[in-house]
Design a protein around this ligand. Structure first.
Ligand SMILES: NC(=O)c1ccc[n+]([C@@H]2O[C@H](COP(=O)([O-])OP(=O)(O)OC[C@H]3O[C@@H](n4cnc5c(N)ncnc54)[C@H](O)[C@@H]3O)[C@@H](O)[C@H]2O)c1
Length: 344
């Protein structure tokens, strides 16, 4: 395969390209709508300026948002919209988000809201943004009551995954992306580890694109993208977010395998495959954080916003992943014991 791969998210007249590769930043220009006279770049201080594309004769304004979830707020959205207005941005213009998932979520939501919706192009600079956050049109911010509770579906005009950016991505952020990447191995039951990194990222984009095309607003199979996330979210809450999301997902994937095994859905060889991918391929060997009790985790899993009537999991089976609700607390506890025993 060539060094740059293009995948299409098929959504009728809202379809768009995702370009993955090294040195692909200049492709951003091709995604700018012809109506645009102004470009508003939304980025963060920590994103190296080398990843900010240039736009020829178009007027460019730059809008820097804070780093960390505490800045993913409606206050940031209001500030951005005011700055866009002051820069003279109108409906035909475009917002370009340059950064990780936080920037694409915030800039995407600002784009969905400003003038009731203006085009946005994402330049994803973190692995997690490339394979997940920047693709699929979910945008949003946090409120005190929960993460990503206010938002909109707003598809971008295009996404550029500039893989050179991964050279400066902090190791912990890289692990976050790898945790999500591990998840894709199980969504499609493929050995992605034989692919080059460019092709592997493109394959993850393709898998997500197919799911989004089939279920844009998470009425069905889009929920499978939450594989490993029920325990992961509980671990994040229980540790007050001191565990990185990807580390929590890595543990959550192993836990989901134990739970599926306990429920007779998969055999022990399939559980081993989860360890081979999470520990072997991605080196995500994280222990359960100290001092967390099963009871606390069960309470926190019940708070997951995807839990409808009871604790809901995405679980593996001989025919693939499925959403399973109504799992008993006893079963959940037994699988936690299995996980603790195996992690040592
Ligand atoms: N919309 C979705 O479908 C979706 C899916 C998954 C996650 N998310 C969201 O994504 C966010 C997490 O995204 P993330 O993991 O990319 O974290 P992030 O965007 O918070 O970035 C982490 C840190 O890395 C820095 N960074 C990013 N790219 C860099 C680079 N190339 N070089 C140096 N520093 C760089 C950022 O400035 C930031 O400080 C969360 O808010 C989560 O809710 C959204």
């Amino acid at each position: 395969m060539s060094d740059a791969v293009e995948e299409i998210v098929n959504l009728g007249d809202r379809s768009y390209s995702v370009i993955v590769g090294h040195g692909v930043l200049s492709r951003t220009k091709t995604m700018i709508p012809s109506s645009a006279r102004r470009v508003a770049i939304v980025t963060q201080e920590g994103i190296p300026p080398a990843y900010i594309p240039t736009f020829g004769v178009l007027a460019v304004s730059t809008h820097v948002i804070g780093e960390g979830e505490s800045h993913k707020t409606l206050t940031t959205i209001e500030r951005l919209c005011r700055e866009f207005s002051q820069a003279g941005l109108n409906r035909g213009d475009v917002i370009v988000a340059v950064g990780g998932g936080m920037v694409t979520d915030v800039a995407g939501f600002a784009a969905a809201s400003y003038h009731r919706g203006i085009p946005v192009v994402h330049v994803a600079t973190s692995l997690l943004a490339m394979i997940d956050a920047a693709v699929g049109g979910k945008t949003g911010v946090n409120i005190a009551e929960g993460k990503n509770l206010v938002g909109a579906y707003w598809q971008p005009h295009g996404v550029v995954c500039e893989m050179d950016a991964l050279d400066t991505l902090p190791a912990r952020e890289m692990r976050c992306g790898l945790g999500e990447m591990a998840k894709y191995h199980f969504i499609v039951r493929e050995d992605l580890s034989s692919l080059s990194m460019v092709d592997r990222i493109a394959r993850c984009v393709r898998i997500k694109a197919d799911i989004v095309s089939a279920d844009e607003r998470e009425g069905g199979i889009r929920a499978l993208l939450n594989y490993g996330h029920t325990l992961a979210h509980a671990l994040e809450i229980a540790t007050d977010f001191s565990i990185a999301h990807g580390e929590a997902v890595a543990i959550g994937l192993l836990y989901a395998a134990h739970l599926a095994h306990r429920m007779g859905r998969i055999d022990s060889a399939r559980v081993d495959q989860h360890y081979e991918v999470v520990h072997g391929v991605y080196g995500l060997r994280h222990a359960l954080p100290n001092g967390i009790t099963p009871d606390q985790l069960i309470i926190d899993m019940g708070r997951d916003k995807k839990a409808i009537d009871s604790i809901t999991f995405v679980l593996d089976s001989a025919t693939g992943l499925e959403v399973v609700s109504g799992v008993s607390a006893d079963m959940i506890r037994l699988a936690l014991d299995d996980l603790v025993l195996r992690l040592g």
